[in-house]
Structures are given as C-alpha cells and as structure tokens.
Design a protein around this ligand. Structure first.
Ligand SMILES: Cc1ncc(COP(=O)(O)OP(=O)(O)O)c(N)n1
Ligand SMILES: Cc1nc(C(=O)O)sc1CCOP(=O)(O)O
Ligand SMILES: [Mg+2]
Length: 208
C-alpha cells in the first residue's frame, strides 16, 4: 500500500534551539510559507519556555495553514491543542500519545535505521515514520546512519516517510527520488545565508 495521492510532501521544518521567543517567531515566519509541516523542537529550553514557544507558534501556524507538531512531549501537544507530536525511542509510548491526541492527530516516530521499528510504530498508531541520519548532521553529529534503500523498503507501511539528518537543498533530490515524502531540516534552513530561498529550494526538490 502506498501513502495516498494527497499525502503530505515537501519540507518538514524543525525549529532551532532558540531561547528568544520573539526571534524564534521572526525566524519561523520568514520561512513558514515554504513548509508543509513545522515541528517545534528546542532541546535547550525548560518546560516553561517550551510551553510559551508552542503557544507563540500556534497562531502563526494556524494563520499560515501549517500543522504544528511538538517534539518529545505529547502531553504538551495535547494540552495546547497542537496538531501532533513526534516521539523518539526515549519519548514515551506511541499508543498513549495516540489515545490522548485523538485519531486525527499527526503522530510521528523516529525509526533511525530500522524498518522493524517502523513497522511497530505504525502498529502502535504512528501516522508517519522518520528515518535518518542520511547525511552527516551539524545538529546531531552522532546520529545513527541510515541507508537510502530504507525509504523504498518502508513504502509498504502506507504512511508518509520522512528523511532527516544533514539534508541540504542539493541532496534532498536524492531522497525524494529514493521515496521520501518529506525532508526534515533544521540547519539547512536556519543556518542558511538566505533561509527563505533555502526553504523554497527544498520544496522545489519535490517539484512543488
Ligand atoms: C522528523 C523527525 N525525525 C527524527 C527526530 C529525532 O527524534 P529523537 O530521536 O527523539 O531525537 P530528538 O529530536 O528528540 O533529539 C525528530 N525530532 N523529528
Ligand atoms: C533531530 C535529528 N534527528 C536525527 C535522526 O537521525 O534521527 S538527525 C537530527 C538533526 C537534524 O538537523 P539537521 O537538519 O541540521 O541535520
Ligand atoms: Mg525526541
């Protein structure tokens, strides 16, 4: 089974570890029109700052029509009415997140380099699966390494396949050709000299 023809494609933007909420909003606002989804991810923020930053991003995402997905913390996503959550291996049970967030929520699972993890994630309620890292990542230099063939292997799962890790506008085309529905990106956009142009280039890699 393939992901449906209306399945999301393109740029899945992840926020940088930005402590200043006003700066974060300005950075995101400049590129959000090019994004298919936005994930709020800030590994340096405490719980209060994470809550405040999700609350600040939600109206911007609503106004732009871009779903907002919260990294690591499905309870915060449920509490604030975000559109979904992304969970890695240390972030709790997908089945609990699905029960709390409801059937329509976007629920993602990190599957690293492991198709079996992806199969289990879908069984537990994940609506997309993420694999990586496909290229050396400036954000996560120690990330496990994934092979591109994993993306085609995961087509049978019937959910969108997200690729992450060191993705640039140039290498995004290889991943789209290998079966990625979305590329998840932090530094390729937020560390770019021209973030809006970079974000646009990721979309173009999908012919969007
Ligand atoms: C889309 C997407 N894919 C992978 C991750 C990584 O999740 P995790 O392994 O839990 O690592 P942290 O992001 O929490 O450092 C992700 N966040 N998003
Ligand atoms: C958060 C994250 N997870 C990864 C994984 O492989 O699971 S790689 C990664 C970092 C992505 O940032 P950048 O686009 O700057 O490489
Ligand atoms: Mg996590």
């Amino acid at each position: 089974m393939n992901a449906s023809p209306s399945a999301p494609r393109g740029l899945y933007l992840l926020t940088p570890d930005e402590p200043e909420t006003a700066h974060l909003l300005a950075q995101v606002a400049a590129v959000l029109p090019h994004a298919t989804w936005l994930q709020y991810r800030n590994k340096r923020a405490d719980a209060a700052l994470r809550r405040a930053q999700v609350q600040a991003l939600l109206p911007l995402c609503r106004a732009t029509g871009v779903p907002l997905i919260v990294n690591d913390d499905w309870r915060l996503a449920a509490d604030l009415g975000a559109d979904g959550a992304h969970l890695g291996e240390d972030d709790g049970a997908l089945i609990d997140a699905r029960a709390a967030l409801g059937a329509d929520a976007i629920l993602g699972a990190s599957c690293y380099d492991d198709i079996t993890l992806a199969q289990r994630a879908v069984e537990a309620g994940a609506s997309y699966v993420a694999f990586g890292a496909f290229f050396p990542s400036p954000t996560k230099p120690d990330a496990r390494v994934a092979r591109k063939s994993l993306l085609r292997d995961a087509e049978v799962l019937g959910v969108p396949r997200v690729a992450i890790g060191g993705i640039t506008p140039e290498n995004a085309r290889q991943l789209a050709a290998a079966g990625a529905d979305l590329v998840a990106v932090i530094s390729g956009v937020f560390a770019a000299r021209h973030p809006a142009a970079a974000a646009h280039a990721y979309r173009a890699a999908f012919g969007l």
